[in-house]
Design a protein around this ligand. Structure first.
Ligand SMILES: [Zn+2]
Length: 256
């Protein structure tokens, strides 16, 4: 197949609730492992990254079905790694294919990930907004967000209670029309929106900023999100612990 620069349009960035789509095959490669790599011009499959697991699903044509087991972001394109349902099956270059992701999992991942953003908002509301968010882990089991700085041991129980109350309050009182927004900004624009740009973002590159609602100050993020805060349904902050120089807030999301 020809070697033009490969590029995949990330449909999951424009609509988290797109569970079926189509696409045009750019390349199919057999890997050393015996599995195949399928590259399509657009995809609804979110790769693992930013603390979020990858999606699961299939890519299909009239006579072949490909189960996606792993998804990797390689610069401008996305590799779907997996297996065809029968030996000898493949896709041709430029062939139109359909894509279907597991909707139940996508919804769980989007809710668990968005819950991390909501905890950021709640931290601000209960007077801990000065602690900058650090890393996050948004798998449904064992999810947490970490903040840079330590909350003293005797204040952690109160913080946990305050966070749970603030989260409930935000969800209960969110206006129906106040939806989440994910928008791509130029580097300069992003600087204005965020106040300052975290050092891990490459200078000069566009920045996608996600806001869960109008009041959310927003943060740079490539993940999938709920359309409305009420879609998160409920969060239980279960534990607040010191982790080296950070404070870890562990949580679970209702029915995830
Ligand atoms: Zn996010």
């Amino acid at each position: 197949m020809e070697s033009s620069p490969l590029s995949t349009f990330k449909q999951y960035e424009t609509d988290s609730y797109l569970f079926e789509s189509t696409g045009k095959v750019l390349q199919v490669n057999q890997l050393d492992s015996g599995k195949y790599e399928v590259i399509v011009d657009r995809t609804i499959f979110h790769p693992q990254g930013g603390g979020q697991p990858n999606d699961e699903g299939v890519i299909k044509s009239d006579d072949a079905e490909f189960t996606v087991e792993d998804i990797k972001l390689n610069g401008d394109y996305i590799s779907h790694i997996g297996v065809f349902s029968e030996q000898g099956q493949t896709f041709e270059q430029d062939q139109e294919v359909s894509q279907v992701i597991n909707e139940e999992l996508r919804r769980k991942y989007a809710r668990t990930h968005s819950a991390g953003h909501l905890i950021d908002m709640a931290m601000d509301k209960v007077g801990f907004g000065h602690l900058e968010p650090g890393k996050g882990y948004h798998f449904p089991k064992g999810a947490y967000v970490e903040y840079i700085g330590v909350v003293e041991a005797d204040k952690r129980d109160q913080l946990k209670q305050d966070l749970n109350a603030a989260i409930k309050d935000i969800i209960d009182n969110m206006r129906e029309e106040d939806s989440s927004v994910a928008k791509v900004h130029s580097y300069e624009e992003a600087k204005e929106v965020l106040g300052c740009i975290p050092p891990y973002l490459p200078e000069g590159k566009n920045v996608r900023i996600v806001k869960l609602c109008e009041d959310d100050k927003g943060c740079p993020c490539g993940g999938t999100h709920v359309k409305h805060i009420k879609d998160i349904e409920g969060i239980e902050v279960s534990k607040i612990q010191k982790k080296k120089k950070n404070t870890r807030v562990s949580y679970s999301v209702v029915d995830c």
